[in-house]
Design a protein around this ligand. Sequence first.
Ligand SMILES: Cc1ncc(C[n+]2csc(CCOP(=O)(O)OP(=O)(O)O)c2C)c(N)n1
Length: 582
Amino acid sequence: MKLTGAQALIKALEMENVEVIFGLPGGCILPAYDPLLDSSIRHILVRHEQGAGHMAEGYAHVTGRPGVAMVTSGPAATNLVTPLCDAYMDSIPMVAITGQVSTTAIGTDAFQECDTVGITRSVTKHNELVMRAQDLPLAIRQAFHIATTGRPGPVLIDVPKDVLQLPMEWYWPTDAEVADSLPGYRPTTKGHPRMIKEAARLILASERPVLYVGGGVLKARAATALRELAELTQIHVVTTLMARGAFPDSHPLCLGMPGMHGTATAVTALQKADLLVALGARFDDRVTGKVSAFAPEAKIIHVDIDPAEQGKVRRPDVPIVGDCRLVIEEIVKAIKDLLASGETQADTSVWRSRVSGWREQFPLAYEPSEPGEALKPQFCLEKLRDNAPQGTILCSGVGQHQMWSSQYWKFEEPYSWVNSGGLGTMGFSVPAAIGAKVGRPDATVWAVDGDGCFQMTAQELVTASTERIPIKVAILNNSYLGMVRQWQEMFYEERYSEVYLSPDLPDYVKWAEAMGCIGIRVESPEEVEPAIEKANAIDDRPVVVEFRVDAREKVFPMVAAGQSNDDILLPPMQSARRSGLS
Ligand SMILES: Cc1ncc(C[n+]2csc(CCOP(=O)(O)OP(=O)(O)O)c2C)c(N)n1
């Protein structure tokens, strides 16, 4: 069957079961937009290509399927760089299709030409400029294979305009042909049996073990296996910012989030442990603090599908390269075998009572507002959480509101938390929430955003309105770039430099309405719950609720950048008893 390159591209996406593309057309990608009209694929026309990328990410976060973005060449491709980098840092499966100038014009500084493959090389797992229409089906098959296997990540396929226009003979490569075409790409999924046995022995011998769970557990769909391991061994679990939801917050073994703004218990448990079982976690600096002072007495079992993570930051005692789910299942089996053969688990009761003591003494805490005082952002989040319909998905931007969201929400299910962890991309929340809602139309999707973040990508609410994607946005408007303000207050002697935005400009309610949304403003505690209830009841259009919150509020606990986790700063009302953290 003869097709044009463009027809082959769209057919290949259909064959990959793509149900939606987030994109925006232009000159070089134009040929691909024509067969799209006749295809089964839904296209969501974004207002900025960055939005398309984050939507694809949000979609991938909640479905586990790769998100697809399609844009034209030059400035459209460069507008995709931030989401590509974001997806790369957070290991999100994504396939980006970019138009390119015709093969004959490449290298001539043609209109809207840029070296997309060169520019995106360091922010993609793989990228390719396809120079022949005949190669398109294989390139697309490879792209989806690479994006979704091993450590997931973004793949970009750059297609010149004439390649889209030229004829080709349709074919669809088999799995074997795809594998053969990538001889250097064979991710290891099964852990080494000797290492697995060694890990099981270490786990049983440890008196102060902690399961340090990262986003890889979610990528590997390993939440059930993780729970079995935790319950079998009664080992506490910390879930990093990328792993929130991988283990239920309500579970008695869950200690919450570790790291710079983690709970005092999670941070201290990692510090004092004699064994860390790192599962799909990468010893990020926001978790370790000062690396040389991190968990000084702990042996490390490190399970990760990416061999490059082994020893990158901290040398493991037991490195295991493999798929988290398969490896955890094997470790559980090995532990059961050891127990059946008469081995016993070390006594962890002293450790468990220490951990319980920290939990009791150092819960998350903030000073509630007095009558007439400004609203507390944490209070708004607690009310959002308590009124959230079952199965709500929470997305967030980057800053204080992100940390409060992660702290105060109760994540009970995997894939219910969407945020930008590694890159920390302001503006992520609204488009990611749109992508999440497209992927999970059955779920309520709330985007929590800062006023600074919101102003970066709010235009995508026009997309949400026109495409009838009824997300809900909660802006925690503290009229500052709050997280930067917090650092200036704490580490730059309150010398505030270029962090003040404005409480009134823009008028968020009018802006929301202008974009086809319902806009609601909340200024006092009594208004919080009715506004949330109203927003939850609206399902035919997006809603924006602006909460005017106290600008002076800071995120605690906090480990200052580069400091040891031992020097965690507690909320003011707890700092007098910090000696209890021993
Ligand atoms: C694109 C981008 N630019 C700058 C930063 C640095 N930065 C991190 S948090 C933050 C402030 C965010 O302000 P806002 O959205 O109002 O959230 P808040 O911290 O007040 O909750 C800034 C500027 C960033 N993370 N991303």
